[in-house]
Design a protein around this ligand. Structure first.
Ligand code: ARG
Length: 456
């Protein structure tokens, strides 16, 4: 690459500083696929003969095999994955290998490799998300009748079921699935043929290349095509959101596994001990996931910051997109895998959940709604029950033990049927509107999810 323009080799230090093959080697498969498609286009454009194309393709396939078997010698002085593969090809087939560079620059080449990589990784993340959802759904199916307190502000609020909680998690991960699918459309654009920034006087059939590489469309502006890393930013955002969801799930599980809650226990296989305290059983997998989410955000911030003041078209700063991208991909893949494996082993303590849910204060809102059903405006009912709760606290009488006479002193609408309010199962069963936690609803939701997961 330097032979023509430079009389001195690059400083060793500069080479070390700028090489990227130590991490971008991961793109080899896409680089090779791109080169094979490009060679075919060059035949059509009259630059490469059919015979040369055959040798190029054969050579590239052999290099791919060599890389896959771990025998390929990546050379840092050759800078990046593109130059390493090109040099290896020249070594194998001679000058014909050099023709591949026609009407192509590493600028459109790297944009292509990255898009192919991201497209493959979207599919991978989607399949891992589906596995996680299957594990969540399995757990939900087993706990349809397990009542527990729902919390707001981490304070006991109203009764729910553990299944209803889990199906809430399903929704969040479903948005992640949808987000990735929406986003795939914007990634599925072929940048190859944009050259360094202004295409080439050698005109190739880009639509054909796109078809060959499985892209559904072709970029429409050469400057933008080499300049654009929106698809990296968006992918890192999608992955950061998955991290956010996993982190919130982690937080719930961590809290619920404390002795104070005792709602669940992580299996031995996914718990860690303490080097000092023999009794400890720590939820490190969930904590690490919560922690790694910080890294995912950092990676997103890193690419956004790298991009923000770049002049248009290609700048070498763009090379800094890759480590963050690879790191987020690896981090999410591992986190999803761990959660999928860990969930089935969670030991759910339904009795503890039920005991916590039998706090009659969880039904204070139900009591207000009882009055509403008898004709009282909710605002007033809220006040009546508020007074009752205060009274029950100062007199140390549980809300469901306040005698009817006392209740009637606050409102004549209270009658003997008020005892029915204090039944937590009834409370959950009556929450029947779409999306609410009645076990009938939850069972119907489970059926819906099963169909949905079977479909995709
Ligand atoms: N390694 C570069 C990147 O990752 C691609 C090479 C383009 N280099 C250049 N000097 N134009 O973005």
């Amino acid at each position: 690459m330097r032979k023509g323009r430079f009389s001195e080799p690059a400083a060793e230090l500069a080479q070390r500083y700028s090489e990227s093959v130590s991490f971008d080697w991961r793109l080899y498969r896409y680089d090779i696929a791109g080169s094979i498609a490009h060679a075919a286009a060059l035949v059509q454009g009259g630059i490469v003969t059919a015979e040369e194309q055959r040798r190029i393709e054969k050579g590239l396939r052999a290099i791919e095999k060599e890389i896959e078997s771990g025998k390929f010698d990546w050379e840092r002085p050759l800078e990046d994955v593109h130059m390493n593969i090109e040099a290896a090809l020249m070594k194998r087939i001679g000058v014909a290998g050099g023709k591949l560079r026609t009407a192509r620059s590493r600028n459109d080449q790297i944009a292509l490799d990255l898009r192919l990589y991201v497209k493959a990784e979207i599919a991978e993340v989607l399949s891992r998300l589906r596995n996680l959802q299957a594990a969540l759904l399995d757990l939900a199916e087993k706990h349809v009748n397990v009542v527990m307190p729902g919390y707001t502000h981490l304070q006991r609020a109203q009764p729910i079921t553990f299944s209803h909680y889990l199906l809430g998690q399903m929704e969040a991960f479903e948005r992640d699935v949808e987000r990735l699918r929406d986003y795939l459309v914007r990634t599925d654009v072929l940048p190859l043929g944009s050259g360094a920034l202004a295409g080439s006087t050698i005109v190739l059939d880009r639509e054909r290349i796109a078809r060959e590489l499985g892209f559904s469309c072709v970029s429409q502006n050469t400057i933008d095509a080499v300049s654009d890393r929106d698809f990296v930013c968006e992918f890192l955002f999608c992955l950061a959101m998955i991290g956010l969801h996993l982190s919130r799930l982690s937080e719930d599980l961590i809290i619920w596994s404390t002795s104070e809650f005792g709602f669940l226990e992580f299996s031995d296989a996914f718990s860690t001990g303490s080097s000092l305290m023999p009794q400890k059983r720590n939820p490190d997998m969930a904590e690490l996931t919560r922690g790694k989410t910080g890294r995912l955000y950092g990676n997103l911030m890193s690419i956004l910051t790298t991009m923000k003041a770049l002049p248009s078209s290609y700048n070498r700063d763009l090379q800094e997109d890759k480590e963050a991208l690879f790191d987020s991909v690896d981090t999410i893949a591992a986190a999803l895998e761990v959660f999928t494996a860990m969930l089935p082993g969670l030991k759910i303590n339904g009795d503890r959940m039920k005991a916590a849910a039998s706090d009659p204060n969880l039904l204070a809102t139900d009591l207000a709604e009882y009055l509403v059903k008898k004709g009282m405006p909710f605002r007033e009912a809220h006040e009546v029950v508020g007074k009752l709760v205060t009274q029950s606290v100062t007199e140390q009488t549980a809300l469901d033990r306040v005698p009817l006479g006392e209740l009637q002193r606050l409102s004549p609408l209270f009658a003997v049927d008020v005892v029915n309010v204090f039944d937590v199962r009834r409370s959950v069963s009556e929450r029947r509107a779409i999306g609410a936690p009645s076990p009938e609803n939850v069972s119907a939701q489970i059926v819906r999810w099963k169909k949905l997961l079977a479909k995709s």
